[in-house]
Design a protein around this ligand. Structure first.
Ligand SMILES: Cc1ncc(COP(=O)(O)O)c(C=O)c1O
Length: 386
C-alpha cells in the first residue's frame, strides 16, 4: 500500500463534506475577493492566536514583507535571520534593499541560537556598515523559537521581532503564543502547512493597532486607512486614495471559507500530532542518532518530524525502497545558496547549521497518520543496517 508524506485527502474525508460545502457557498455567494468569509476567518484566527488583529494576505512570504514595509526597513538595514529555514524567511529582506544577516541554530531544537544572534548583532554594530533593525525568528518544523531569550536581546538593541510561524502556527511556550513576545506573527496557509488552505494564503497577527492599520493599507496598494483619513475628507472608496506604496496581497474568499472549517479542528489536530510525535520518539530512539527534542511545556504542531542519522542518504534510499516517503529540509542552508552566499553571517560561521544539513531527514507526519502506518515507518527505519 502506498503511503503519503502528508495526507491531505484523509483530512478532507474526515471533515466529511464540510469543506466542499463551504467552497460551494463561497462560489454561490459571489463575493470572491475580500468577501464576508475573509472577515469571519480573520476574527476566528485572531481569537485562536489571542491577537488583537489578524489580517489575511496572499501567502506567507508577503506576510513577512508586510511588517518590513510598514517599518520602512531599507538600504543599509540589517535583518537577522536563521540560515536553516525556507528561502522566504530571508528573501523578503533584499526586496527592500536591506541585508539578511545569517545566524546559526541550536543543535537540539534547530531554532535560532540566542547567543549567536547576540554575537551577530554586536559584530554588525562593530563593523558599522549596516544598522540592525529587526530579527525574524522561525518556528522551524513546528516548534517555537526561544522567544523569551530572543525578545530580551531585541529589547537590549531596540530591534523589532517577527515570528515567522509559517511552519509553526499554533505552537506555544507554556500556554503562550509567539505573539506574546513578537511584534508580529506571520503564517502561511500553503496546503502542506499544518493549517493549510487549497491554494496560496497567509496572514499576519499583531496586538499593535498602528502596525495593523499600516499592514492593512499595504496589502491593498497602500489604500487610505483610518489614521490617514483623520482630518481629511475623501468621499470615495478609500482604496482610491493611495497613501503609500503597497502590494496586491489579499486572501481569497474561497480560501478563507476552507480555512474557517480547518481552523475549527486545528486544536485537536495539534493534539493528534503531539501524540504521533511522542510515539515516534519513543519507538525510534534505539535506531536513530537523534530524535526531535521539544523543551518541556512547549507545544509543537510538528509540521515536520525530523530525525538525524549519520548515514542519512543511505537511510533515505532504504526507506524509499520500503515504500516510505521522506524529505530533507534543508539540504543547502541559505548562507550557502547561490542567491544568498554574499550576505553577512554571524561570527565564527554557522557550524551547527552546516552539520545538520548532512544528517536531517523528515518522516511522514500528519494528523491522520494511523498507528498501523506509523508502525510501517518505524519498522522500515529499524530494519536499516547502514
Ligand atoms: C519558514 C517559512 N517562512 C515562509 C514561508 C512562505 O510561505 P508561502 O509559501 O505561503 O509564501 C514558508 C513556506 O514554506 C516557510 O516554510
Amino acid at each position: 500500500m502506498s503511503m503519503n508524506f502528508i495526507d491531505l485527502q484523509a483530512q478532507r474525508l474526515r471533515l466529511d463534506g464540510k469543506i466542499e460545502a463551504a467552497v460551494q457557498e463561497a462560489v454561490v455567494g459571489g463575493a470572491w475577493v475580500m468577501g464576508p468569509q475573509v472577515r469571519h476567518f480573520e476574527a476566528d484566527l485572531a481569537a485562536f492566536g489571542r491577537a488583537k488583529h489578524a489580517l489575511g494576505c496572499a501567502n506567507g512570504t508577503d506576510a513577512l514583507a508586510l511588517p518590513l514595509m510598514a517599518w520602512g526597513i531599507g538600504r543599509r538595514d540589517a535583518v537577522f535571520v536563521p540560515s536553516f529555514t525556507f528561502a522566504a524567511t530571508a528573501e523578503v529582506v533584499p526586496w527592500f534593499d536591506a541585508e539578511p544577516v545569517f545566524v546559526d541554530v541550536e543543535a537540539d531544537t534547530y531554532n535560532m541560537s540566542p547567543s549567536h544572534l547576540e554575537a551577530s548583532i554586536e559584530a554588525i554594530i562593530a563593523e558599522g556598515r549596516l544598522k540592525p533593525r529587526a530579527v525574524i525568528a522561525v518556528d522551524l518544523f513546528g516548534q517555537p523559537a526561544d522567544y523569551p531569550a530572543i525578545k530580551s536581546i531585541c529589547n537590549r538593541h531596540g530591534l523589532k521581532l517577527i515570528a515567522d510561524s509559517a511552519q509553526g502556527f499554533g505552537c506555544t511556550i507554556g500556554d503562550d503564543h509567539p505573539l506574546t513576545w513578537a511584534d508580529v506573527t506571520t503564517t502561511s496557509f500553503f496546503p502542506a502547512k499544518p493549517l493549510g488552505c487549497y491554494g496560496d494564503g497567509g496572514a499576519v497577527l499583531t496586538d499593535d493597532d498602528d502596525l495593523a492599520q499600516l499592514m492593512d493599507s499595504i496589502r491593498v496598494h497602500g489604500k487610505a486607512v483610518a489614521r490617514d483619513l483623520e482630518g481629511r475628507t475623501f468621499d470615495h472608496d478609500p482604496k482610491y486614495l493611495n497613501m503609500r506604496i503597497g502590494l496586491n496581497s489579499r486572501l481569497d474568499t474561497i480560501q478563507a471559507a476552507v480555512l474557517i472549517e480547518k481552523l475549527k479542528v486545528f486544536p485537536e489536530e495539534i493534539e493528534a500530532r503531539m501524540r504521533i510525535a511522542a510515539r515516534y520518539n519513543e519507538k525510534l530512539a534505539p535506531y536513530v542518532d537523534v530524535v526531535p527534542h521539544l523543551p518541556a511545556g512547549n507545544v509543537s504542531n510538528w509540521a515536520q518530524y525530523t530525525i538525524q542519522h549519520p548515514n542519512r542518504d543511505g537511510l533515505a534510499a532504504h526507506l524509499k525502497a520500503e515504500g516510505v516517503p521522506t524529505a530533507v529540509y534543508y539540504p543547502i542552508p541559505l548562507h550557502l545558496q547561490p542567491a544568498y552566499d554574499h550576505y553577512p553571517r554571524g561570527p565564527q560561521g554557522l557550524p551547527v547549521t552546516e552539520r545538520l544539513k548532512e544528517t536531517v531527514i523528515s518522516l511522514p507526519m500528519h494528523a491522520d497518520l494511523d498507528e498501523a502506518t506509523q508502525d510501517r515507518v518505524i519498522a522500515a527505519v529499524a530494519s536499516f543496517k547502514g
